[in-house]
Design a protein. Structure first.
Length: 286
């Protein structure tokens, strides 16, 4: 058992610390974008609907999924736009892929595929399935809309970009280290030969499993899915399915600001079914 722990720790330190400088650089860029352009970007979300949601959701971090939940609660955007933002959002996936020296072609493909899927899902929600979602709500516009980006994570109290970028880097690094340790321990304990069976390798059910993981309402989901994808444990289609169902804390904020729980559940069900079907199709094609 100690040998298993020793190997897991060795791989974890090696895999995690080499990402640290790249992770910090990625969050510096993200914080710059959010501080300099967040008002304009959220305005675009309101004006350009589903397409705007697909584009803004692609910006790394949970910020715009949080903003979209607040805007939807006030009925400033449609259910389709909210869904487009949620599906397009990848939370921590892009910074982790960049920090792990991931193939740029794969990263661009991931962003592009998710953006296309989010437009399709959002447009379908606003047209074909528009009666599936409520059109009106008597609640007042959420008062937190003024602070659009990451209002509930407490990371933007400081006007600069270095402090929140460092805070994000440390928080994600710690979580990434723990996640890597658990994954490496899991792999060492059960053996790589048995790992494919546990994760339903080459099974049409793998995207469904990934989609469930993606529904974890924090950065854990995107970190776990991204690390499994980098390690080759899940397919690209499964990664798409899981990262499409996950919108970070945006899912939690939706339940906080939109009191119609039944409606929230319908939105999540719609996203899950669409994402799993899309992921399964991509897995069969690729």
């Amino acid at each position: 058992m100690w040998e298993v722990i020793e190997h897991a720790l060795e791989h974890t330190f090696k895999d995690s610390f080499k990402m640290l400088p790249f992770l910090f650089a990625a969050y510096i860029i993200i914080e710059f974008i959010e501080h300099k352009s967040s008002d304009k970007l959220v305005s675009g979300l309101r004006q350009f609907g589903v397409v705007g949601g697909a584009v803004l959701g692609g910006v790394p971090q949970c910020g715009f999924s949080v903003a979209a939940s607040n805007l939807y609660a006030g009925r400033i955007i449609t259910a389709g736009t909210l869904i487009a933002v949620f599906i397009s959002t990848s939370d921590e996936a892009i910074p982790i892929l960049l920090s792990s020296n991931g193939n740029l072609d794969v990263i661009l493909l991931l962003i592009t595929v998710k953006a296309v899927l989010s437009v399709i899902a959002g447009a379908m929600a606003d047209s074909i399935f528009k009666n599936f979602f409520n059109k009106s709500n008597n609640e007042e516009i959420a008062s937190s809309i003024h602070h659009h980006v990451c209002i509930d994570c407490g990371c933007h109290d400081d006007p600069g970009i270095l402090k929140p970028a460092l805070k994000h880097t440390i928080n994600i690094f710690i979580f990434l280290f723990i996640t890597n340790l658990l994954i490496n321990f899991f792999i060492e304990y059960i053996g790589e030969d048995n790992l494919s069976e546990v994760l339903l390798h080459d099974s049409i059910l793998q995207p469904a499993l990934a989609g469930i993981i993606g529904l974890i309402p924090n950065c854990a989901a995107s970190i776990i899915l991204t690390q499994l994808f980098i390690g080759g444990s899940i397919s690209f289609g499964s990664a798409i399915a899981g990262l499409s169902t996950g919108a970070g804390v945006g899912l939690l904020i939706l339940f906080k600001v939109n009191r119609n729980i039944y409606e929230n559940l319908k939105i999540i069900l719609y996203i899950y079914v669409f994402s799993v079907l899309a992921g399964s199709l991509i897995q069969m094609i690729m």
